[in-house]
Design a protein around this ligand. Structure first.
Ligand code: ZN
Length: 129
């Protein structure tokens, strides 16, 4: 089954999308399988990271800005090449095992939509097999 979700994003940030994905799995009725989360954007991404300390999310964005800065020599007319690079570096999808009707995630793991060039109206897809 394919699910489509919409979200409004901040300028930059990680948005926890795990609750929506858990709901989709419940609705699909799949107990044992695979879940693919895909982001159809070139300046956003999908990642799995810590769900305990909220500082991890803000440090993640600070780290991305440090490692992938907006350089003067970039020529892309939209002026958001740093966000395009961040999107490719993080990746636009994650594949997660489903077992017992639940996501097989570590205790401290959740799934995040990463915005690098917001605020925008975004979407992501969840395919459950
Ligand atoms: Zn661009």
């Amino acid at each position: 089954m394919l699910f489509t979700f919409q979200l409004k994003t901040p300028a930059q940030g990680l948005i926890n999308i795990t609750p929506e994905i858990r709901e989709a799995i419940k609705e699909s009725g799949v107990l044992e399988g695979i879940c693919v989360v895909f982001c159809p954007h070139t300046t956003a991404a999908i990642t799995i990271n810590e769900n305990a300390d909220p500082d991890v999310k803000s440090d993640f964005i600070k780290g991305m800005d440090k490692f992938f800065p907006d350089l003067n020599e970039f020529q892309h007319c939209e002026g958001n090449s740093d966000a395009h690079i961040k999107s490719s570096a993080v990746g636009v999808s994650e594949t997660i095992i489903i077992t017992g009707g639940n996501l097989l995630l570590g205790t401290w793991q959740d799934i995040y939509f990463c915005e690098f060039d917001g605020p925008r109206n975004r979407k992501f897809y969840v395919k459950i097999m």
